[in-house]
Design a protein around this ligand. Structure first.
Ligand code: ARG
Length: 454
């Protein structure tokens, strides 16, 4: 007999049972369901809505149920309708009538909204922790490479010299923003829906402030219709996760490029690369490709949630049961990606000479060459023209700016002196870009220090 079966005269069709059930997904929230029920039972007892002895027995038994699930003493019934029904039924089978009183002044609608929020907060915090660990790894790699000159790119064409540390710290900034976003979303999730009931609260003298305090929320939902049907918090975290995955995906794409023979800027550790079943020479960056690929499913989950919610009349509709699968998938996807990319980045080898060689070709010091003339008095636009022509001639004669003779320079402009070679050395180009945000080692070292809180 179902908990809600009283008004029905027939057994449910088995297909309906299977279709309706969400236990395969929401059993992940058993701890949150028990936590929420303990807060609710505490409040019911305190308010004399149920006898305090019943309240105490409920709380004690719920704790036992939690322990039993933790230790696999109690198996979650895969045929149950959802985790809320399963735990309430288990409670009642253990303590009888007292257990039947737990659901007084509560609906599954405020219950599921509560559990989902608690779970989202817990997992959000886990994501922040993983991102913090990843940032430290990136900073450490950056610390070792503040002098590692590489080409900076625009349009994937060599543009100006930077360092590998400068490049990595760009990602650190992205992941810092991701942490901010997730943390702010977590704070906004801390609104208690408990007490909203099915949609219109209750006539019992409940104390919503008390349950809010017990559960560590910042505030209570001020409208019960909104309280049970608001899923903004899930959409927000799914969005934060999508943005984070977009950043991971961009980094992954670069690692795919950098570990190719065409670049060979980095070598992945053997423990974090894969081979081919036919080509014995292959070493593939599968982790990065998977992260790039999985980014798509997190966008899909976000879109799923937005589309699922957009046509729903107030308040709860069963469509909303689909919310957890989407968000949980995004959460687990980001967790596994972070847990994998972090040690992969930590163990990869930076091939400094290849970065340096790539930087030495492609005229990435041409801007500095023009700046040299400008600093000697030539207007920048004229200097740009002179260097453009010089680069063109050099390309035709298979030379680079460093190998042009002073005579050739002087033919282009008599402002050129012997110090041009010093001015266009890659070290000078990098070291002199010491404006805040720039690639100069002194600046990047400061940046790393601030992030690491040193
Ligand atoms: N399993 C449901 C969900 O995840 C719980 C809420 C059910 N409420 C209801 N009125 N049927 O949304």
């Amino acid at each position: 007999m179902k908990l809600w079966g009283a008004r029905f005269t027939k057994e449910s069709n088995q297909k309906l049972n299977d279709f309706n059930s969400s236990i395969g997904v929401d059993s992940l929230m058993y701890k949150e369901d028990i936590q929420g029920s303990i807060a609710h039972a505490t409040m019911l007892g305190k308010q004399n809505i149920i006898p305090i002895t019943d309240s105490n027995l409920i709380i004690q038994t719920l704790k036992e149920i939690e322990k039993d699930i933790d230790n696999q003493q109690l198996e979650i019934d895969p045929t149950a309708e959802d985790i809320h029904m399963f735990i309430e039924q288990e409670l009642t089978s253990r303590i009888g009538d007292a257990g039947k009183k737990l659901h007084t002044a509560r609906s599954r609608n405020d219950q599921v909204a509560l559990d989902f929020r608690l779970y989202t907060i817990k997992k959000g915090n886990e994501l922040v922790e993983l991102l913090n660990t990843f940032i430290v790894v990136l900073c450490k790699k950056a610390e070792d490479n503040t002098e590692t000159i590489m080409p900076g790119y625009t349009h994937l064409q060599r543009a100006q010299p930077i360092t590998f540390a400068h490049h990595l710290m760009a990602y650190v900034e992205m992941f810092k923003r991701d942490i901010d976003r997730i943390s702010q979303s977590i704070e906004r999730t801390k609104v208690s829906p408990l007490g909203c009931g099915a949609l219109a609260t209750t006539t019992y003298p409940i104390d919503r402030e008390l349950t809010k305090e017990l559960l560590g929320f910042n505030s209570i939902a001020l409208n019960s219709l909104d309280g049970v049907s608001d899923r903004d918090f899930a959409i927000e975290l799914a969005s934060d996760i999508s943005i984070t995955m977009m950043h991971l995906s961009r980094l992954s794409e670069e690692i795919v490029l950098w570990s190719s023979w065409e670049f060979k800027f980095i070598e992945l550790d053997d423990a974090f690369a894969t081979g081919s079943s036919i080509m014995p020479q292959k070493k593939n960056p599968d982790i990065c490709e998977l992260i790039r690929g999985k980014t798509g499913r997190t966008y899909g989950n976000l879109n799923n949630l937005l589309v699922m919610m957009k046509g729903l009349s107030l308040a709860y509709n069963k469509d909303m049961q689909e919310d957890k699968e989407a968000l949980f998938d995004s959460i687990e996807t980001l967790i596994v990606c972070l847990e994998t990319i972090t040690p992969m980045m930590e163990t990869c080898t930076v091939i400094k000479e290849n970065m340096r060689n790539a930087a030495a070709k492609g005229f990435i010091n041409a801007t500095d060459c023009a700046d040299y003339l400008t600093k000697k008095g030539m207007p920048f636009r004229d200097a740009y023209q002179v260097i453009g022509k010089l680069v063109n001639d050099a390309i035709e004669n298979d030379k680079v700016l460093e190998t042009l003779t002073l005579e050739e320079y002087k033919q282009a402009s008599d402002l050129f002196e012997e110090d041009i070679y010093e001015a266009i050395s890659l070290e000078t180009c990098v070291n002199n870009r010491n404006v805040v945000g720039g690639p100069a080692p002194s600046v990047v070292k400061e940046h790393i220090k601030t992030v690491l809180g040193k």
